[in-house]
Design a protein around this ligand. Structure first.
Ligand code: ADP
Ligand code: ZN
Ligand code: ZN
Length: 803
């Protein structure tokens, strides 16, 4: 083959199709679809993915590929094809689709540098500004300067600068030095005898290897033998030992030893549920299953035994778990069953760690991957099952381009591999459950908990009544009583505060002035730790004022309920209780999340207080009380899923109590106790909730009755934003076909973020064909403005965020 078709790393529409490049003689063996290459594009050298090969091109005078970055394909044929589908499905650039399939290291894996080929004094003024005494500097410095593409081309032509690229991907692998013996054991003994008595340290080292002949990390050996590097060097010099460099995988769970687990005898309910899955594994066909089972009904055991069957067939398994539930507790259930066969991919890993785990998959060293959303792209070639646990979680939808939903990718891949997809949840999405009822998915129900334990009883407390009775604290009488009871019995309590929609805002008690972010029109949040105000949308910070900027009164205070404030209140009302607070502030450091949970598990605290991150996946045997501080804060968001989300969250957090021998109790504090999602969650009545909510969705024409596409338009100039959004609406109105409805344009709920004015249009439709043409027209119409980045225009299918 002489020609490579390359998708280059420029996410812009004019070059969103593959470009032809000549394959130079010396690279013909290496260049194949799925590898990355460096190619010239205008004055630049740039990374690209080879997606196809051809004998010839319709263009002549092709430029040659400069270099290869991979020696084996990092994307399979299946994934290359999937990227075409993904591009169509999400209207993203093909390059973005390709990059979404790889760990981020691959994206940042090369850097362009500018090398001076002339003395700085001889350079044009403009360039000297950038150079500032350096002989080599990042290409991005040029891009950020006044120097444009044409200038760069001229600078290169005049031989003043040279653009080089540094490929980082090639030596990202972490290597370690190992020590091993270079001679047979009996020879070691001989050498040992020959060493003089003064060479005591060398003798110690040797005796280590006489006992044991595995290579050992140099550092470990030094520690074990309590020596320095010198005696080891001496032995290496004599040819008795040798040093080798080996790749070491950075295993984030390596220090945890694990009891292996055996498959459990399934209950009759589990048997019924697993049978169809096993059947489609056996007969090799694609089917999506919706496994609906309350918390503790034994879904995970079904996953494990299905995977075992897949491994027995020599195939591979992908398990998706919400990021937040990807705790050591969760992971260890898979590692305990499948040991070294398991790779783990989640965002808590460093880039290097992620890369390591990815390589294990790529080299087929593991056959099970447990991971967050992006693990759906694991480069397996023989997939036998894809499992998505907690399928209702929003985290499966990617919010950046490509705005894909992992569930859709799963179905697409499973179709290709002819294998089952299992979606598991106690509270499936309305979309999935409706599909299951229609027979599109195969519904599997687990109605009982494995140990026959009842779900904990839920008490709903009307906070309005508390206030009327004169209780101004954030804990109702009932909750206070129950907490005290648990403290006495030395049982544990989980308290959840739903912070979405709530924040600690600052207000003047005299004049009512609140402090809003200058860029975002939302109230700034008070951060006690630094005594500062912060905007959660743009990150802007400013000091907490001592007096009101409007009336100069000193009665300026922060209001609202944040976890810190609840923690303070806990300290006041329950002075003897030990509290662990878990929220974004206390868990931002790597591993902090696990540490706090471990502490709680070890009974180093009585109360675990946290945001929704505590609702999922935790399993502590002494937790007998769960309190929800403000259950309805989520009901009032501008989002049609608000009821569904409340229902899911309440159901889930209730499942945290009484998972073992001790019975559990749940107290839900709310200002709207009559709301159906609160009422039905307290009765664990998914079906009733589903039916009620489906009526609402039908009435207002929301999913699953209609599909949605959200078009966001933003511009620094308010008038331009309004004009553009009108234009968008106009194009859509004229070019959609069939049963579609357009809402808007209207200002976004957050009308201004980072000094940009934001508008949106919402499109409801029944069939994708009816809107695709119109949306493509919109993108084409604004191509120039988007490219110049004046206008931002995003299209989000099946959106989850409406802010
Ligand atoms: P889910 O994933 O639905 O929340 P799990 O799979 O975690 O449920 O099961 C809940 C508990 O029941 C776990 O402690 C699990 O080990 C146990 N379990 C599951 N299946 C069985 C079984 N067939 N026999 C005995 N214990 C089981
Ligand atoms: Zn004031
Ligand atoms: Zn802001």
């Amino acid at each position: 083959m002489k020609v490579a078709k390359v998708i280059v790393d420029v996410p812009a529409s004019p070059i969103d199709s593959a470009l032809d490049y000549e394959i130079p003689e010396h690279l013909t063996e290496i260049v194949q679809p799925g590898i990355r290459v460096i190619v010239p594009l205008g004055p630049r050298k740039i990374m690209g993915f080879v997606v196809d090969l051809a004998q010839e091109s319709e263009f002549d005078q092709l430029k040659p590929i400069t270099d290869v970055m991979d020696y084996t394909p990092i994307l399979t044929g299946e994934l290359l094809d999937l990227s075409i589908w993904l591009k169509k499905e999400t209207l993203c650039f093909r390059i973005s689709a390709l990059q979404a399939m790889l760990p981020a290291v691959f994206k940042a894996a090369y850097e362009k540098e500018v090398w001076l080929t002339e003395e700085e004094q001889l350079l044009p003024e403009k360039l000297r500004h950038v150079v500032q005494g350096r002989e080599v500097f990042p290409f991005s410095d040029l891009e950020e300067s006044e120097i444009n593409e044409r200038d760069i081309r001229n600078l290169i032509k005049d031989d003043l600068i040279d653009i080089k690229y540094v490929v980082k991907g090639k030596n990202r692998v972490k290597k370690h030095t190992f020590v091993e013996q270079a001679l047979e054991n009996h020879m070691l003994m001989e050498e040992y005898e020959n060493l003089s008595a003064q060479a005591k340290k060398q003798k110690d080292v040797l005796s280590y290897f006489i006992d044991q002949d595995e290579p050992i990390l140099l550092n470990d050996l030094i520690k074990k033998v309590q020596t320095t590097k010198a005696p080891i060097d001496a032995l290496v010099k004599k040819g008795i030992l040798k040093l080798t460099k080996k790749e070491v995988y950075r295993d984030p769970f390596e220090h945890k030893s694990m009891e292996p687990s055996e498959p459990l005898q399934l209950t009759p309910y589990q048997e019924n549920a697993i049978e169809p899955i096993l059947n489609s594994i056996k007969k090799t066909y694609y089917q999506t299953y919706l496994l609906h089972g309350v918390t503790g009904s034994g879904k995970t055991e079904i996953y494990l035994q299905s995977i075992q069957r897949v491994l027995n067939k020599g195939k591979e398994a992908i398990v998706l778990v919400p990021e937040i539930a990807l705790t050591p507790q969760m992971v260890s259930r898979f590692k305990a069953r499948f040991g070294d066969e398991v790779a783990v991919l989640h965002s808590g890993l460093s880039q290097g760690e992620k890369y390591d785990e990815w390589r294990k998959i790529h080299r087929k060293e593991v056959r099970v991957v447990v991971g967050a959303r992006s693990a759906i792209f694991a480069p397996f070639e023989n997939i036998g099952i894809i499992i998505i646990d907690e399928e209702h979680e929003q985290t499966y939808k990617q919010e950046d381009y490509p705005k894909y939903h992992a569930r859709e990718i799963a179905k697409k891949r499973a179709e290709y591999h002819e294998c089952p997809v299992v979606l598991g949840s106690a509270t499936p999405t309305l979309e999935s459950y409706a599909r299951a009822l229609k027979g599109v998915y195969h519904l599997l129900e687990l109605t009982e908990r494995v140990n026959d334990q009842a779900m904990p009883e839920v008490e709903i407390v009307d906070m309005r009544k508390e206030l009327h009775r004169g209780n101004r604290t954030m804990f109702s009488e009932s909750l206070t009583e129950q907490i005290n009871e648990r403290l006495e019995k030395q049982e544990q309590v989980v308290l959840m505060l739903n912070r979405r929609g709530y924040s600690t805002f600052v207000m003047c008690r005299d004049c009512g002035e609140t402090i809003n972010c200058e860029h975002c029109d939302i109230s700034m949040t008070y951060h006690r730790q630094h005594h500062k105000l912060k905007c959660h949308y743009c990150g802007d910070e400013r000091p907490m004022p001592n007096i009101c900027p409007s009336c100069e009164s000193d009665s300026i205070r922060y209001f609202g309920t944040g976890t810190q404030k609840v923690e303070e209140a806990l300290n006041v009302h329950f002075p003897d209780a030990r509290v662990i607070r878990m929220d974004v502030d206390t868990t931002s450091r790597k591993g902090a999340h696990e540490k706090l949970l471990e502490k709680f598990g070890n009974h180093e605290a009585d109360i675990l207080l946290g945001t929704q991150m505590i609702a999922k996946g935790l399993d502590f045997k002494d937790v007998t009380l769960v309190g929800v501080i403000a259950a309805d804060s989520m009901l009032n968001l501008p989002d049609f899923r608000a009821s569904e989300k409340s229902f899911q969250l309440l159901t889930q957090v209730s499942g945290r109590a009484g998972r073992h021998e001790l019975p559990g109790q749940v107290v839900v504090q709310t200002y709207s106790p009559e709301h159906y999602s609160i009422e039905m969650a307290s009765q664990y009545d998914f079906e009733a909730f589903f039916n009620k909510e489906m009526q609402v969705r039908r009435q207002f024409q929301y999913p699953p009755y209609y599909y949605l596409a959200l078009i966001n338009i933003s511009h620094e100039n308010h008038v331009a934003a309004v004009e553009a959004s009108k234009e968008v609406a106009n194009i859509i109105a004229h070019h959609t076909t069939g049963n579609c409805q357009l809402m808007g344009p209207s200002p976004s709920p957050m009308m201004r973020i980072k000094d940009r004015y934001r508008y949106q249009c919402m499109l409801k439709y029944k069939q994708r064909e009816n809107v695709d043409g119109a949306l493509q027209k919109v993108l084409d119409h604004f191509k120039k403005d988007i490219q110049q980045q004046k206008l931002q225009l995003t299209i989000d299918f099946e959106p989850y965020h409406f802010m």
